[in-house]
Design a protein around this ligand. Sequence first.
Ligand SMILES: NC(=O)c1ccc[n+]([C@@H]2O[C@H](COP(=O)([O-])OP(=O)(O)OC[C@H]3O[C@@H](n4cnc5c(N)ncnc54)[C@H](O)[C@@H]3O)[C@@H](O)[C@H]2O)c1
Length: 286
Amino acid sequence: MEMKRVCVVGMGTMGSQIGIVCARAGFQTFMVDILEEQVGKGLQSIESFLKTQEKKGKVDREAIDRISSFIKTGIDMGEALSDADLVIEAVYEDIKVKKEVFKKMDEVSPSRTIFASNTSTLWIAELGAVTDRPEKCIGTHFLIPAALTPLVEVVRSIETSDETHETVLEFLRKCGKETVTVADSPGFVINRLYLPMVNEAFFALETGLASAEEIDRSCTRGLAFPLGPLAAADAFGLDILLASMETFHRELGEKYRPAPLLVKLVKAGRLGRKTGRGVYNYSKPH
Ligand SMILES: NC(=O)c1ccc[n+]([C@@H]2O[C@H](COP(=O)([O-])OP(=O)(O)OC[C@H]3O[C@@H](n4cnc5c(N)ncnc54)[C@H](O)[C@@H]3O)[C@@H](O)[C@H]2O)c1
C-alpha cells in the first residue's frame, strides 16, 4: 500500500515529535489532540524544536517551511482520520484511554487504515482486540526525542499481518529510521531493560546512596549515558515512568515494584520538566 497521509493522535511530548518525523519525510501529517490547549502547546514545541535545529545549522528556513506546510492540526478525530493511511496513537499511557481511542479510531477510519501505537509498555494485541482490524494494528515505539533518535522498535502482536508489518517498515525507512522488530510483551526490549534501571535510581536516591547529581553523573561520565537516569525520568515524565513500572509490576512480578520515592513525587504533582519540577527543579538553574 502506498502511504501518503498520516495522522498522529495526541500532541504531547511524543506526538509532537512524531509529527515532525512524518512531515519531514514528506507525508501529509494531520495531528489531533482532545484538547485545543494541547494543540497550541504541541505546535509551540514543534516550532521551538525546529528553531533550535536551525540555530545548530541542521535545517534551513526553506526546509522548516516545507515541514510546516505538511502539518495540519485540529481536535476533530473524525475529520483527521477520514482519509488516513496510517494513524500513530500517542495518547496517555493508560490502557482504558488507549482502548477508547482505538475504538474511536476504528469507527472513523477507512478500512484500509493501519493503526500504530507508540505505547511504551502495553500489549498491542489488547489494543487491536477492541477493533475490527487486529491484523492492521502494530506498535511503533519511537524513543524520546523521536525526531532525533535513529531507532524505532516495531512491535508485532500475534494478529499483526505480514502486510501491515512490511508497510510500516517501509514507512519508517522513508522517515529515515532504523528498526528492530520485537515480540509483543510489556516494555518490549528497550523499556524492559531501561526502565527498571531508572526505577532503581529512585531507590538509590531515597536510600541515600548518593545525591541525584552524583547518581546521574555516575551514569553519564562512568557509563557514557547521554543523560543520567533521574534527569531522563524528568524529561519523559515521572507519571509515564510510574505507569510503566505499574504495568511491569502487575504483569511481570515483584522485582518491578515502583520505587516509593517515584510514587511520592507523582502524588505531589512533581512530574518532571513538563510541570517545572520532578527530581530536579527547573524554575531555577541546577
Ligand atoms: N515521554 C516519553 O519519553 C515516551 C517515550 C516513548 C514512548 N512514550 C509513549 O508515548 C505515548 C505518549 O506519551 P507522551 O509522553 O507524549 O504523553 P503526554 O502526556 O505528553 O501527551 C499525551 C497527549 O495525549 C492527549 N490525549 C489524551 N487523550 C486523548 C484522546 N482521547 N484523543 C486525543 N488526544 C488525547 C493529551 O491531551 C496529551 O496532549 C505514551 O504511550 C507513552 O508511554 C513516551
